[in-house]
Write a protein that binds this ligand. Sequence first.
Ligand code: KG4
Ligand code: ZN
Length: 370
Amino acid sequence: MKILAIETSCDETGLALIEGKGDQINVLANLVSSQIETHRPYGGVVPNLAKREHQKTLPLLWQQLQATCDMGQVPDLIAVTNGPGLAPCLWTGVNFAQELAKKLNKPLVSINHLKGHIYVALLEPQISNFEFRISKQALNSKSKKLNELKSQFPILSLIVSGGHTQLVYSKRLGHYEIIGETLDDAAGEAFDKVAKLIGLGYPGGPEISKLAIKGNPLRFNLPRPMLNSKNFDFSFSGLKTAVLYLVKGMTPEHNKPLKLTQKNKADLAASFEQTVVDVLVSKTIAAAKEYNPKTIILGGGVAANQNLRKTLKQHTDKLENIRMILPDPKLTTDNALMIALAAFAEIKLLKPLKNPADLKAEPNLRLDQK
Ligand code: KG4
Ligand code: ZN
């Protein structure tokens, strides 16, 4: 069973091909084209520019995939991200998938993008040779077997990306209960906004984490939103505002604008990052204590953050009988391999569309939506 997957929900164009042989998954190709350079001058993703890039890049990736793999045997199934994400971007992938399904006369299934972030951690594919800009990845590498996957439930997933911050409890394969989520900004969004405030480049997450290594996380005392609330929800917009007031010198302790020297920026980056990490980790641990999962996984773009990885691991190691899985940092950014893996994992639960033309992009698709 070969699965071809397409991912275009935000600013990476992805095409991947995997082969499931019984329980074993072989990754045949994972092609990713990043649009970071296109959006950098604007300091954020511009949806219509992203759409144009996806339209331009998808046929190129398809050509490259055909050249890379022996496409004598066409895929048996096509899987495409239909949400959540930016509407014009999602539609580009959906339309491309519909045309391909028609041309190859193969069934089409839709996959929730966030499932991709979960299964790419759970199935632990071994990936090598990764570089951004249309890159070839991991020919014939293997991932965990499907029967091993089932024994890891129940699972608690912390998904942290540019668009989402959610704690998801999964009792069994195909079950998703959102037990907490952000009430305003996503964690990655907060990283991006704060980076902008202190004059760092885009995307802000990697810039802040690079600078934070050199800074003092105890220098600035920032609010830890919702830390003591009884539920598992998050809120990051107040934290962003607190950084803004601090920079402008509008707080009782800092009543003069903060000079954005290298040292001040590093201390601010470190203090901000530590605050976000503390909130994410403490909510995850509290949820783990209440839900008793067998496995905790971290997923989404912010999962590349070394401080978050280290702190979460330290705290989960103290919990008994819980295994923590940290995804390969090369696969935390959006890619199509994660979509292919989610499709393979849930293959028995998926219902191919009777008419591929009926598939719609769903920008606000939720994990707990039937
Ligand atoms: O999952 P993703 O690639 O796209 C969405 O689905 O949103 O996540 C992108 C987000 C961006 O906000 C980016 O700044 C953040 O992940 N990010 C990081 C790091 N690397 C990427 N945030 C914190 N630390 C990092 N090292
Ligand atoms: Zn994502």
